[in-house]
Design a protein around this ligand. Structure first.
Ligand code: CTP
Ligand code: CA
Length: 228
């Protein structure tokens, strides 16, 4: 842990952030993944550290340096991410930015799968991964005061985000508009809406670092007021 700002608005508080994609093994040399860069989650971890928090960043495989002052735990699969999150708790606030793979291969092969001359392609049997955000949101004891999810949507952004807020039991959803009209997935900027029980706040399109700083300021505010 490091605290870059001993007098910041999150001084003395613990923040957990997940970031990046997960990799779900097919066999020892192959995996299922997605295009998440981890940039938004890493920016949030850095902003929280700069605000004085003790930050644990549980990150899937990314090509990014560890943000200064942040304790990084590297994981590959969704199940490893869940286990690392459980170890990292308790926290005052938790922000789930990771693009967790929704499915993994049931019974990944222990040896590299070989082509079977003329035998055709293997089929993959997929099973659903644990929902890390939902399981932390529903913790009976030791739930973070503030649990924030992210949702990247290409259509009906607010309706889907509001449904996710209810379904997962988190406090806020940062709805990220990734429709082709509003910015490219994997780009430097994001168009987000902060969805809470009180309603929806539309934020202008801005850099991921700025989204991070603004979200961290809102989190500090909410924790100072004693919760959501
Ligand atoms: N999330 C998670 N664990 C999962 C899936 C999602 O913690 N197994 C978290 C993400 O980190 C994000 C939020 O849940 O904060 C929403 O993820 P999203 O993929 O948008 O939601 P899903 O419920 O998986 O719905 P869908 O992909 O079908 O839109
Ligand atoms: Ca998903």
């Amino acid at each position: 842990f490091g605290r870059l700002q001993p007098q910041g608005p999150l001084t003395g508080l613990r923040v957990l952030v997940t970031s990046g994609p997960t990799h779900e093994p097919i066999d020892p040399v192959r995996y299922i993944a997605n295009r998440s860069s981890g940039r938004q989650g890493h920016a949030i971890a850095l902003a929280a550290a700069q605000a004085g928090a003790h930050v644990t960043l549980v990150s899937g495989p990314v090509n990014l340096p560890a943000p200064p002052g942040v304790h990084v735990v590297h994981v590959e699969s969704a199940r490893e991410m869940l286990a690392a999150v459980e170890v990292a708790l308790p926290a005052d606030a938790a922000v789930f930015t990771a693009a967790v793979a929704d499915w993994r291969v049931a019974g990944a092969a222990e040896e590299k799968i070989k082509k079977q001359g003329g035998g055709g392609a293997p089929s993959l049997n997929l099973v659903e991964n644990p929902d890390i955000l939902a399981s932390v949101s529903r913790m009976k004891a030791g739930r973070p005061q503030l649990v924030v999810g992210f949702a990247a949507e290409t259509e009906k952004v607010l309706a889907h985000a509001q449904a996710k807020l209810a379904r997962k039991g988190c406090d806020w959803i940062v709805a990220n508009d990734v429709s082709p009209e509003s910015g490219v997935m994997g780009g430097d900027r994001n168009t987000v809406h902060l969805v809470t029980a009180e309603g929806v706040e539309d934020w202008p399109t801005m850099g991921k670092d700025e989204v991070a700083r603004r979200l961290v300021a809102r989190i500090a505010d909410a924790l100072a007021r004693g919760g959501v």
